[in-house]
Design a protein around this ligand. Structure first.
Ligand SMILES: [Zn+2]
Length: 184
């Protein structure tokens, strides 16, 4: 018995009309970084189709070292496989999307954070770093973090956005920018 049974039935329906997508550059030329919250599905919220955009998700949609590593590898892969395709100076834009009512916002409270650290074995510092209490502030900080990371390809731009759970609307907080060093 698995709770996947009804979902696998839905998958069966999906597979009936499925057409495979060949490995190529993501059609939207965007990588989405967002929260794992089940009320946000980038495919639905942004109308993404298969092959449109890689999506990286974690608690809060925070830019962690793991996220930076994934983006660095995706940039390398895209250059290796498709370096001659598309615009010569750009690979893709990383869109960091934080959201209102994030479950990580509780972690901004020291007492809650302490209890969470004791229960999970995670460090209080790590938990504090994943908190999204003000999504506009954290998305700004994470765009900055990514833009100043030495492993970010100069051909990758970064933008920041906030998804409003109440309205379903995504608004731009930080317009797309390339790392400073790429401008020489
Ligand atoms: Zn969240």
């Amino acid at each position: 018995m698995t709770r996947m049974t009804p979902l696998l039935e839905r998958n069966e329906q999906f597979a009936e009309t499925y057409t495979p997508v060949a490995l190529g550059l993501p059609t939207a030329q965007v990588i989405v970084v967002t929260c794992l919250d089940h009320r946000i599905d980038p495919a639905m919220v942004l109308g993404l189709q298969l092959g449109d955009a890689p999506v990286i998700r974690n608690a809060g949609g925070r830019v962690t070292q793991a996220v930076i590593d994934d983006i660095a590898y995706l940039a390398f892969l895209a250059e290796q496989l498709f370096g001659t395709e598309g615009a010569p100076d750009t690979l893709f834009e990383v869109a960091v999307i934080h959201h209102t009512q994030c479950g990580t916002s509780f972690l901004a409270d020291a007492g809650y954070r302490h209890r969470a650290a004791e229960a999970t074995g995670l460090s209080e510092a790590a938990l504090e770093a994943s908190a999204v209490a003000d999504p506009h502030a954290t998305v700004r900080a994470d765009v900055e973090l990514l833009l100043t990371s030495p492993s970010l390809s100069p051909k990758v731009s970064v933008s920041g956005h906030v998804y409003d759970i109440a309205t379903g609307r995504v608004t731009i907080t930080v317009d797309a920018r390339y790392p400073e060093r790429s401008r020489g």
